[in-house]
Design a protein around this ligand. Sequence first.
Ligand code: PRP
Length: 212
Amino acid sequence: MSASPLVIALTKGRILEETLPLFEQAGIVPAEDIKTSRKLLFDTSLTDVKLMVIRGSDVPTYVEFGSADMGVSGKDLILEYGSEGFYEPLDLKIAACRLMTAQPVNTSLPSGRLRVATKFTNIAKRYFAEQGQQIELIKLNGALELAPSMGLADVIVDIVDTGKTLKANGLEAKETIAEISSRIIVNKASMKIKHGIISDILSKLRQAVSQG
Ligand code: PRP
């Protein structure tokens, strides 16, 4: 039995829809409807497990600092945040997509420094440095697909799922930077202190994923 409840931080939005059935299969069911409630912290069917529902970009922070023991985070946000502060023991294989570069259809890129618009600035910096390509980074928080046609950027780095958003905005995907899916991350101290319950949940989730 753990000394304090185990707190799991879930990513709200599309990832949550795919997370809840896996958690249910693992025996963790929120005590009320998590999708319609305005609450952010939920009791569950397990008395010593609570669920938080927050923005994906905040999940790594909560888990690194131990305010949440575990979290569900997109690999894109883990790559952007850096993964030194926690363990990443399980790929839930949900919310699969790609992190890609994209540019206007049938155009060639300028030869010098590229203007790159993205919210994934750390990933973009690393990727283009590895390519030996000089860039000017333009940080945006959304609607990246507008940046090239509005003359703000030559290239964007963004999530591509169906590719419909790119197409609707006259862009085409070019290079894949990373294959993305949602992962379980675990606070390093919690993994020791609450090892029993965490390894139990991990093995149930692993089984749920494999039954997929
Ligand atoms: C993501 C991404 C693209 C879109 C890609 O945005 O930023 O805009 O999905 O999907 P598609 O390839 O199926 O068209 P999301 O809706 O997750 O919202 P965001 O702008 O908050 O990232």
